[in-house]
Design a protein around this ligand. Structure first.
Ligand code: SAM
Length: 340
């Protein structure tokens, strides 16, 4: 069964934010000193997450990505991986991580059934990493990428948020690093999502700018033609290296977006930019039947009309999505709560 929304977009891709906590403080995501955290008692346990995934799977979800916050700070994450990987309906199980704890956990995650890993890496320079994240963990991230390559996942990717004046001079070096590490690199445009309180239009490096920089170094770049709902458009250099660009800010792809997000405390968001989510924890803990939950999820998706990034594109004076004072009052508005 596949359930479609008002724009015929299927419910297929579920991002599970397993924690709102993170062990880095990236300047484009968590730049503040203090945060309001989700109450511990509200965090879904693995059985609850697994039960909700079963309901989503009945409605067509076949791809799940674990994210956060930082998913590897959630204790015993491999156990959740094992529960989800065992579901025949879930044909793809992936994770997005900052890589800090990956070296120690990669083998267990692979054994538990995790198929693909994406590691966020914004710079090859350890000093710059510290400025960007406030932590000295660059060597750990690099070891994490190596360990993931050794562990034998179906794919290891590297995600880089490109920010003007911060790391836009590293595109060529990051592609070379990705090639040597056996990891496809995806460059992400800086997004004005909740939590990105330092965002401004002039700090966004557009897809066109990135392609221009890379073409000046590598020569002609050709698009890889494919029809998927994946956010990255893929390109090939003349030496065969393939990379992706996620142009969420200047060329959003709402029309093919089949993604939704479940927070660690069971709120379900249909769009990164959506002001509100649907509470699934409440009904689940109140003993709702699977049919009841399925009905709630199905009717919510069928009514979906979000085009958050496209609507932002049309704005004349664009500034950070949510003011800091509002963010402090509601952690659900943060990217690190919703999961990127
Ligand atoms: N902690 C994990 C990590 O670092 O990959 C997973 C969570 S993080 C929120 C998921 C992704 O969101 C990362 O690739 C991160 O770079 C991206 N992200 C966060 N804030 C962003 C922003 N303002 N613009 C674009 N991407 C952003």
């Amino acid at each position: 069964m596949v359930v479609s929304d008002t724009f015929a977009r299927p419910l297929r891709n579920l991002r599970l934010s397993v924690t709102d906590r993170c062990n880095l403080r990236c300047q484009y995501c968590m730049p503040e000193r203090d945060y309001a955290w989700l109450p511990r008692k509200d965090i879904l346990d693995f059985e609850e997450v697994s039960a909700l995934v079963d309901v989503f799977a009945q409605l067509g979800v076949d791809k799940v990505r674990l994210t956060g916050g930082e998913p590897l700070v959630r204790r015993d994450l491999a156990e959740l991986v094992r529960l989800i990987a065992a579901k025949p309906a879930i044909r793809d199980l992936a994770m997005t991580t900052n890589g800090v704890l990956l070296a120690e956990q990669a083998p267990a995650l692979k054994t538990a059934g995790l198929r693909r890993v994406t590691v966020s890496l914004d710079t090859l320079n350890a000093g710059r990493f510290r400025e960007l994240t406030r932590f000295d963990d660059h060597p750990k991230v690099l070891s994490g990428i190596e360990a993931a390559a050794r562990a034998g996942f179906e794919s290891v990717k590297i995600d880089t948020v490109v920010i003007r004046g911060v790391n836009d001079d590293e595109l060529v070096a990051l592609l070379a690093f990705g090639k040597s590490a056996g990891a496809e690199v995806r460059f992400i445009e800086y997004m004005d999502v909740g939590g990105a309180t330092r965002w401004s239009r002039d700090r966004v490096v557009s897809r066109a700018d990135m392609l221009g920089t890379l073409a000046r170094h590598y020569g002609p770049i050709e698009p890889v033609s494919e029809t998927t709902s994946a956010p990255a458009e893929r390109f090939r250099l003349s030496d065969g290296t393939v990379f992706g660009i996620i142009a969420s800010t200047t060329a959003p792809f709402c029309r093919s977006c089949d993604r939704s997000r479940l927070t660690a405390d069971g709120l379900w968001y249909l769009c990164l930019y959506a002001p509100n989510g649907t509470d699934l924890r409440g009904p689940l803990r109140a003993g709702a039947s699977r049919e009841g939950l399925r009905g709630l999820i199905e009717s919510t998706w069928r009514a979906r009309s979000d085009r958050g990034a496209e609507e932002r594109l049309g704005m004349r004076n664009r500034s950070p999505l949510v003011p800091l004072t509002t963010l402090k009052g509601d952690p659900h508005l943060e990217m690190h709560t919703r999961g990127g």
